[in-house]
Design a protein around this ligand. Structure first.
Ligand code: ADP
Ligand code: MG
Length: 675
């Protein structure tokens, strides 16, 4: 066994890869390209797959179109060039005593450098013909004898992601040797969790102990004894990732609570009472419960940090208004930030209507519209867009910052808004029903309130998936709805992205006006000037425009209860969660509503996906489905760059592990008494 590398000041696993035997400058550059800089990186380099090299198929046993591993000896090989040398095909022919196998590579002439007649070769791939047996572009590895051959054959062998110029065998040997050399230096990160407790057979620490040790898991990640060991190893390493993150989240929260005092903002009901009285309807039980949670926070020792989750249309705005009133009653100001000008404008109008009679001034701050900020004499609510976090904007005595449609903002923007005050309370609201796993990961430092009930008196909402050839029928239906006095949204994807796309929506606009005449059609997209957007929205709200042709810009927040039709073209282009948000623009009034998803006829798979929306209006179920189908990045949109990159953890599958990590994190931070 070689001595420890020379860079002795660093802990063993932090040693740079170039300290390892056999890693010169060229190999170092290749490893770095793969993101592997330290011994630990190398130990955690996850194999793409494993190959059971204890059992092979003979060449004769290979089946058409079925992936399989086999081995054989090269009996012939050659490179043919054609089209005056611009194209080539390289072929090797293997034999194993049962049959011959042709392996072919197109336009990769350098492949000939890797093989010689007489070589023994592993081949992994899918035969695309049996006469003769042929695999195109298989994965291959020449079997070499010598002292390290046991690393590569007669075992379950890892197959790694590589980079140009790096042979599979070389990396496998390097990782093997690194495991031999450093395996003993792989410590348990939280040893206290692995000490058996007295009576904790079912507790979180006991669950943790049932998984392999970290050292065992890392070894099995590369060289498992059995294929079944792989998943246990992955789970252990995933749990460590989640646990690291949860500890981060929880210790940040503890530090925050240690230094920040909460402003006394529970209010005295002097505004709330008359407000609720004139509202004309009752709060739902869920709204009332959430308000109680908020009031407790607003009078608590630490500033509130709360996420309010409620499906589209569940009435989050009203909850925001009531919490704002508590703060205003307490003599502090409130800021409400929304992601689009249209939504900020709508909130501005709603809150002005609600608060003006109470003598509370409501102001608007957007890129294009700024209220006069003078010396405010009494408490106020400022509604705005990103303009609220610009350096020019200031608000004294900020007691509460509310962020609507929080998923459209990043963490930095949230922090910027908070910095406008001195530890104000924070309420963030989202209608994207985030599956719990994601919520704990992204918003772990926030407390969670959920509105799980819709206000009463809503019409039914039906959803239909239709192919584009049914559009004439669909238009006839829309005309019927319009004739009954209802309004409609028509949404096209991505119309604002390219000049060509923009032209498409303008053409569509003319077309739609003809198809739906005499009903007035308005056009709304991101390239319009703010004043134009406002005009169109105002006309739609006032019911002079009957149909709004729009981009997904309208996805968030809009509340026009008379609109009962949501027609989405090219619906297959959207994620399910986003479609659910769009659908949330309708079904807000007493009339029945209809969401029609028009999908390209040629894609039955995406139609199948859209059926989920026909079957349920439960946003949480839809988000779960979306998470499974498209992964967290797609579900949350690129705004959520805050999502950590897990090597082993999979947020769509590992719900239980995330929960476990949260409990374990709390235990370790509390001084870790086992369960
Ligand atoms: P979201 O949760 O999607 O932001 P909104 O706050 O826009 O939903 O509310 C949707 C609609 O429901 C609004 O028109 C609002 O006035 C109405 N609403 C909210 N709460 C109630 C309630 N308790 N009873 C009846 N209608 C309500
Ligand atoms: Mg809303």
């Amino acid at each position: 066994m070689s001595a420890l590398p020379s860079n002795a000041s660093l802990p063993p696993l932090a040693q740079p890869v170039q300290e390892l035997r056999g890693v010169g400058p060229e190999r170092q550059a290749q490893l770095n390209r793969l993101g592997l800089f330290t011994v630990e990186d190398l130990l955690l380099h996850r194999p793409r797959r494993h190959e059971d090299r204890r059992h092979f198929r003979t060449i004769a046993e290979l089946q058409l179109d079925e992936p399989g591993t086999t081995r054989g000896k090269i009996v012939a090989l050659g490179l043919k060039r054609y089209r005056s040398g611009t194209r080539s095909i390289f072929e090797i022919i293997l034999e194993d005593g049962t049959a011959r196998l042709h392996c072919r590579w197109w336009n990769l002439p350098f492949m000939q450098n890797y093989f010689a007649a007489g070589d023994e070769v592993f081949v992994f791939g899918k035969p695309n013909s049996l006469k003769p047996r042929t695999i195109d572009h298989p994965e291959t590895e020449v079997i070499e004898g010598g002292e390290e051959s046991f690393i590569h054959v007669n075992r379950i062998a890892p197959v790694y992601p590589l980079t140009e110029g790096m042979p599979q065998r070389w990396l496998r040997s390097l990782i093997w040797r690194t495991l031999e050399q450093f395996g003993a230096a792989i410590d348990e990160p939280w040893p206290e969790l692995r000490k058996p407790g007295v009576k904790d057979a079912a507790g979180p620490a006991a669950q943790y102990r049932r998984l392999p040790s970290r050292a065992e898991a890392i070894r099995a990640l590369h060289f498992p004894q059995a294929m079944e060991d792989l998943e246990a190893a992955r789970r252990r390493l995933a749990l460590d990732e989640f646990l690291t993150l949860q500890r981060d989240i929880q210790s940040r929260r503890r530090k925050f609570e240690a230094k920040a005092r909460g402003l006394p903002c529970a209010g005295d009901n002097r505004l709330m009472k008359p407000f609720l009285h004139q509202l004309g309807f009752q709060l739902t039980a869920a709204q009332t419960r959430v308000l109680r949670e908020l009031r407790r926070d607003l009078s608590g020792a630490h500033p509130m940090r709360r996420l309010l989750q409620g499906d589209v249309g569940s009435g989050k705005t009203l909850v925001a208004a009531c919490s704002a009133l508590m703060v205003l009653e307490s003599g502090y100001n409130v800021a409400l930030m929304a992601p689009t000008e249209i939504l900020a404008e709508q909130h501005f109008q709603t809150f002005r209507k609600w608060f003006a009679p109470l003598g509370i001034s409501v102001e608007l701050q957007t890129g294009s519209y700024k209220s006069e900020i003078g010396n405010r004499k009494s408490e106020c609510l400022v509604v705005g867009t990103h303009a609220l976090i610009e350096s020019g904007f200031a608000l004294e005595r900020l007691g509460l910052a509310i962020i609507d449609e929080q998923h459209k903002f990043g963490v930095t923007q949230r922090e910027k808004l908070l910095r406008k005050g001195n530890y104000p309370h924070l309420l963030v609201m989202t209608a994207t029903p985030i599956p719990r796993t994601l919520g704990l990961t992204l918003y772990g430092e926030l407390d969670l309130s959920v509105i799980d009930e819709m206000p009463p008196g809503r019409g039914r909402l039906k959803t239909f998936v239709r192919t584009a050839d049914k559009l004439p029928k669909v238009w006839a239906f829309v005309r019927e709805q319009l004739a009954e006095g209802r309004q409609a949204y028509v949404v096209h994807p991505r119309v604002e992205e390219t000049a060509g796309g923009l032209k498409a929506v303008t053409t569509e606009f003319a077309n739609l006006k003809t198809v739906l005449a005499p009903h007035a059609v308005g056009l709304l997209h991101g390239r319009l000037k703010s004043s134009e957007k406002e005009q169109v929205m105002a006309a739609f709200r006032a019911n002079t425009i009957k149909v709004l042709l729009a981009t997904p810009l309208i996805e968030v927040g809009l509340d026009v209860p008379n609109a009962t039709v949501m027609l989405i073209e090219n619906a297959e282009q959207f994620g399910l969660a986003q479609l659910h948000q769009l659908r949330g623009r309708i079904g807000r009034g007493a009339h029945d509503s209809y969401c029609i998803l028009v999908a390209a006829a040629k894609n039955p798979e995406s139609q199948q996906r859209l059926k989920v929306l026909e079957e349920t209006t439960d946003g949480f179920r839809i988000a779960e489905a979306d998470l499974k189908l498209r992964g967290p990045g797609e579900l949350l949109g690129q705004q959520q760059s805050g999502l950590p990159n897990f090597r082993f953890g999979n947020l769509a599958e590992d719900g239980g592990l995330v929960e476990l990590a949260r409990e374990l994190a709390a235990m370790t931070l509390a001084g870790a008494k086992p369960s």
